[in-house]
Design a protein around this ligand. Structure first.
Ligand code: GTP
Length: 440
């Protein structure tokens, strides 16, 4: 007879997952693309960014519920959730909306009753804006092995880049986190926070509550000049406990993680696999490449088979039309109903819905926005991002420019026109050559 674990019999799941999706005031660096679609729903490698998170969560056996927490309008995720619940019937999904930006920890705390429903023992928390292979099962194994209160995913970056991230000092033998400092002023470690966490539910909510109490009793000691919501002083939180009636924006990174490091039960799982943040619009190009390469290694049937004109990995939406003489790849995604003409060349790029790339045009290291048109013999190009780089800007002729060329929605590039390292706002017609410009 099939043995059903007691937890399942009682309808309880022991791990719940939350994806922090932010809201419209976030994702400003993702402009001009976030003008037309909320960043978490922007498609890389043929799927919305948060679909890649769901796919990873689906591999964790005991997750029965995934909650998106953010402050976008309710309608934003409706279709996505409907489609995803068909694809991932193993978990219930819902979107919970904060009435204002409460911060990465504030949002969790605000919805603690919903999160704790069913008494999950563990809580997976994923920032929506990361691209990685999400080794969640490995994090879970470490969590169990160490009887941990918290496990954070870490990765090594260059010493120069480290101070742009949350830095983790750990014991390399025990993997215990000794210190955590968000964006330190001086170098402390090149092991950084990937924005993926596993918490014991019995520990994370009391830790947030302590931070709220500390803030209420010593508000001045806990102010952060970098916080967007610094000026917004106190905002009412959902709960009706005394200590939550007045609560500021609370961030896991600044307000909670360094405290957890004081416990002996906070550990880091270091991934050797790929990891990137998706912050600037240009960073969607390396994320697209990394997810396509992962799909290629997994021999995904979604990808177009290699041929004389397809250099893998390439994703072509089934409704797109690609002339057999066009050469695509590597690292190319072609969106729904796009039309790629004869002799066109597309490499390291994302071509969105309803784009037309006319014959003999060349598109490299670029994103072509919805309904865009690239004329015959035109050339739209960016500069390759060095492998391992965590930045998408470069200095050209003494000016900082985006390495990836981005055309916003419904931009047109004339025949034979060359566009190089430009960011172009929606609805522009480019009739002459342009380089290193933001076209407003
Ligand atoms: P920096 O990295 O500090 O520049 O800020 P950021 O806003 O780009 O990223 P942050 O580390 O603050 O956010 C990490 C993730 O949490 C992203 O996926 C954000 O969309 C999300 N997030 C940020 N603030 C909030 C919030 O107030 N509520 C919710 N639900 N999510 C948030």
């Amino acid at each position: 007879m099939l043995q059903v674990p007691i937890r399942e019999q009682s309808g309880q799941s022991s791990t719940k997952a939350v994806i922090l999706v932010g809201g419209p005031s976030r994702g400003t660096r993702f402009r001009p693309l976030s003008l037309d679609v909320p960043k978490p729903l922007f498609e890389v490698a043929g799927h919305p960014i948060i679909h890649h998170c769901l796919k990873a969560i689906a591999k964790v056996p005991d997750v029965r519920e995934v909650i998106l927490v953010g402050y976008y309008d309710e309608s934003v995720f409706r279709d996505f959730l409907k489609d995803s619940s068909k694809e991932f019937p193993q978990f219930r999904m819902q979107y919970l909306r904060e009435y204002t930006a409460l911060g990465t920890a504030g949002g969790l705390y605000h919805f603690r009753d919903a999160i704790l429903k069913g008494k999950p023992e563990r809580l997976l928390v994923l920032n929506a804006d990361v691209c990685c292979s999400f080794p969640l099962t490995e994090m879970l194994t470490l969590f169990e092995e160490k009887d941990a209160e918290a496990v954070i995913l870490g990765t090594r970056v260059s010493n120069d880049a480290a101070s742009n991230f949350g830095c983790i000092v750990s014991d390399s033998h025990t993997k215990r986190v000794l210190h955590y400092v968000e964006k330190p002023e001086s170098h402390i470690s090149n092991l950084i926070n990937c924005g993926v966490y596993l918490f014991a539910t019995e520990c994370i909510f009391p830790a947030i509550r302590s931070a709220i109490k500390r803030r209420t009793t010593r508000p001045r000691l806990l102010s952060y000049p970098s916080s967007d919501n610094l000026e917004s002083s106190f905002v009412a939180a959902a709960g009706d406990d005394d200590d939550t009636e007045k609560s500021e924006v609370l961030r896991l990174e600044q307000d909670i993680l360094s405290d957890l490091a004081d416990s002996n039960r906070f550990f880091v799982h270091e991934t050797k696999d790929f990891w990137r943040q998706i912050k600037s619009a240009g960073s969607a190009v390396p994320a697209n490449a990394l997810y396509l390469q992962k799909a290629f290694q997994a021999q995904s049937e979604e990808l177009t088979p290699p041929s004389a004109t397809i250099v893998p990995p390439v994703f072509i939406h089934p409704t797109a039309t690609v002339d057999p003489t066009a050469k695509l790849g590597p690292n190319v995604s072609i969106g729904p109903r796009a039309v790629i003409g004869a002799g066109a060349r597309v490499k390291d790029s994302i071509v969105l819905e309803d784009v037309e790339i006319r014959h003999d045009a060349c598109v490299m290291h670029s994103i072509i926005g919805w309904n865009g048109r690239v004329g015959a013999w035109a050339r739209v190009e960016g500069t390759p991002i060095p492998i391992g780089s965590h930045s998408t800007s470069i200095v050209k002729q003494g000016v900082k420019v985006q390495s990836i060329t981005i055309l916003g929605k419904e931009c047109g590039v004339g025949d034979e026109v060359r566009v190089q390292n430009c960011v172009c706002l929606p609805y522009k017609e480019l009739k002459r050559d342009v380089a290193n410009e933001v076209i407003m």
